[in-house]
Design a protein. Structure first.
Length: 398
């Protein structure tokens, strides 16, 4: 479904609400519910899935297109970032955030995406959009941007008319039709533009996809952030300024640190190698040599036979699960031991458990690893962009 969006740059003004949310979740102006798209409270009318494993396999089938897209982001020639150009992001409807936009606030459910800088909201004159649209006319804080301003060029707006003043407008087809809450870190990003309000800090806790009745949270700004949290430095890749790169230094399977040649782990913007954390990819992906090393060690420690189900190549008898080794991701200054629910997924009948990691698709030429949302669920992930660090702590949000 395509729509033509207008007026790109807007401030995210979130007004307070007293409405009681599911589970007593009480949002204020910087603490927002994050809802899995299949959640009962999602407005997008998805029937409750019959089989979670099939649903997750289906969702993850869009990962390769997304990873391919993120790997091919062209290096920028100027400091201006044409974030809207050639935007062909596949549908990434995993999580939506309930926000209020404008003054007074209008409730919108926008797709969460940490690898995109852009914030799109479908407006009331949008064709083919979701039922919840934003009415610019009804917001006193709405303003349009002149077409001759540099920001309009940066977002590849349509050119100004020959005579007279005009607002910046552009023509862009995009999925999802809900609108997008991009929390990437590029120079034109919402997160930088709202720096005076939220200090370039946010965190989220993503609930499990299976938590049909629950919502997690997105916290903007310093208020309510954990102050005692292990962190790892965020790294900057000038070729992909939106992405949150981290320094992955190794991976363990149980007690065994798997042998990985340093070049597959090293962060290097020139061959565009490195590891980033992403809210819109479902299954964590490693370059083939890392993936194979992890899988080989896992297979050594767990009783087979192993089968493949969908994207998961290492499925085993679920009775072996309690003894199966857990995966630990080692980042500079921080080790994340993935709990069982972030490591394995069960088939509907419950008889098979699958190790939930996958290789980067073959057509992705860049050596990049992606830490995806299945592995982040039920953790507080703190993006302290101001201090260039990422924090991770367990938190049950479902
Ligand atoms: C908003 O206001 C403008 C100018 O007053 C008007 O042309 C337009 O039709 C209005 N749009 C909506 C959706 O009410
Ligand atoms: C917007 O793009 C679509 C498809 O590329 C095209 O059909 C349409 O004419 C364009 N509209 C404007 C106003 O440029
Ligand atoms: C990543 O961490 C390792 C180990 O602490 C360090 O030697 C290396 O310089 C770091 N890489 C970057 C790009 O910061």
């Amino acid at each position: 479904m395509d729509f033509t969006a207008k007026h790109l740059l807007f401030a995210l003004l979130i007004s307070s609400t007293k409405a009681l949310e599911p589970c007593g979740f009480q949002p204020d102006n910087s603490d927002l519910p994050v809802i899995p798209i299949y959640d009962k409270y999602s407005p997008f009318n998805q029937p409750k899935p019959e089989s979670w494993v099939n649903t997750i396999i289906d969702m993850s089938s869009k990962d390769p297109t997304r990873v391919k897209y993120l790997s091919t982001l062209a290096p920028q020639k100027t400091t201006a970032v044409p974030i809207a150009s050639g935007l062909q992001l596949p549908s990434i409807c995993n999580y939506v955030v309930k926000v209020k936009l404008g003054t007074p606030g209008q409730t919108m459910f926008m797709v969460l995406d940490t690898s995109n800088d852009i914030a799109w909201a479908p407006c009331s004159d949008c064709t083919g959009c979701s039922p919840t649209t934003f009415s610019p006319n009804a917001s006193s804080s709405y303003g349009s941007l002149g077409c001759s301003l540099p920001q309009c060029t940066q977002v590849h707006g349509l050119s100004c008319p020959a005579i007279g003043a005009a607002a910046c407008s552009y023509n862009q087809s995009y999925v999802p039709p809900q609108g997008l809450l991009g929390l990437g870190r590029g120079p034109l990003s919402l997160i930088l533009q709202s720096g005076s309000l939220y200090s370039i800090v946010f965190s989220y806790c993503l609930p499990s996809f299976k938590s049909y009745y629950f919502s997690g949270s997105l916290k903007l700004g310093h208020v309510g952030q954990p102050d005692n949290i292990q962190t790892t430095p965020l790294l900057k890749n000038p070729h992909r300024p939106s992405l949150y790169y981290v320094n992955l230094t190794g991976v363990s399977v149980g007690q065994v640190q798997v042998p990985i040649a340093p070049e597959y782990l090293a962060f290097n913007p020139n061959p565009r190698a490195g590891t980033f954390i992403d809210s819109g990819t479902v299954v964590t992906r490693f370059v083939q040599p890392i993936y194979q090393a992890i899988r080989n060690e896992f297979v050594k420690q767990v009783k087979g036979p192993f089968t493949t189900i969908g994207v998961f190549e290492t499925c085993f008898d679920a009775s072996a699960e309690v003894e199966a080794p857990l995966i630990t991701l080692h980042f500079e200054g921080l080790s994340l031991k993935l709990p069982m629910e972030n490591s394995f997924l069960h088939t509907s009948a419950g008889s098979r458990a699958c190790l939930t990691i996958a290789p980067v698709p073959n057509n992705v030429k860049a050596a990049m690893n992606v830490i995806a949302n299945l592995q982040q669920q039920n953790h507080r992930i703190l993006f302290d962009v101001a201090n260039s660090r990422l924090g991770i702590a367990h938190e049950a949000c479902n």
